[in-house]
Design a binder for this molecule. Sequence first.
Ligand code: CO
Length: 157
Amino acid sequence: MNYINKLFIAGIVLLFLACGNDQNSSSGDASSNVVEVDLTGNDKMQFNLKSIVASEGDVIKVNFMNIGKMPKNVMGHNFVLLKEGVNVADFASKALKAKENDYIPEDELSNIIVHSKMLGPGENEIITFNAPSKGIYKFVCSFPGHYITMQGDLIIK
Ligand code: CO
């Protein structure tokens, strides 16, 4: 084997190691169980999932994608996970006034566990977070009117 080939193989090995390390560091704790889900939003104002189930201590990785074709300003989608007990309709009525901030109201941030950006057609975002404590949490799209059909439960066992 010549020198160039050895360098090439060493490069590939390093790349693998780098990728492996990256995955571990993103979960924070190598022993955490990672729950990965693919969540989509479409032009009919629907999420593909009604619920996401995980356990306390899990790392949850939501691969969220807007699979619609309509423009973001009329059919944008986001993923907003609310703290337990937050009234979805109340939250949504405040969110619809927060157009300048992609419908995430600044004064409601204390009621949000995690949220994505507002996604336009074909866009995606991976949202990674630690499972909250045992309970049932609502996730919604906060685009005006969407919460009525775009809501689901994050169930932590
Ligand atoms: Co939406």
